[in-house]
Design a protein around this ligand. Structure first.
Ligand code: ZN
Length: 139
């Protein structure tokens, strides 16, 4: 679900290029902006769909179906909203030049991993550990 953002060209760093230099930061800013744009359009579509539904279901017997659909779409919208907030926060970090390093241990998260998950804040090791802990505590 997280990976459904716009197509982009994988970044090809030149030899000895500094990690998260201006060019790389711009590359990820473009990916994040494109992704956000796409999500906003989806939110718009959902809203439009909800309005259409409300007009089409005049018959009371359809109401249960309608309510089910509504709650499903609202959940989808909620998820999209949260994702948009996360993208905004990530773009803020790019602005502050604080992007691409693990929040936990400070290592480089890596271009390929970030391209697969532009909002990642943990390196793959810390992420794996966090997931194991999550499973153990059941949170
Ligand atoms: Zn880490």
């Amino acid at each position: 679900m997280q990976n459904e953002f716009v197509d982009f060209k994988p970044y090809q760093p030149s030899e000895g290029e500094e990690y998260m230099n201006h060019e790389q930061l711009e590359h990820f800013r473009q990916i994040l902006l494109g992704w956000k744009q796409q999500l906003m359009e989806e939110v718009d579509r959902t809203m439009h769909h909800l309005q259409e539904d409300a007009e089409n279901y005049a018959d009371p017997s359809d109401r249960a179906t309608q309510e089910e659909e509504f709650s499903l779409e609202l959940r989808t919208r909620d998820r999209e909203r949260k994702l948009i907030r996360k993208i905004d926060k990530t773009i803020e970090r790019i602005d502050k030049d604080d992007y691409g390093f693990c929040d936990q241990c400070g290592v480089e998260i890596g271009i390929r991993r970030l391209e697969a998950r532009p909002t990642a804040t943990l390196c793959i090791d810390c992420k794996t550990l966090a997931e194991i802990r999550e499973k153990q505590t059941g949170v």
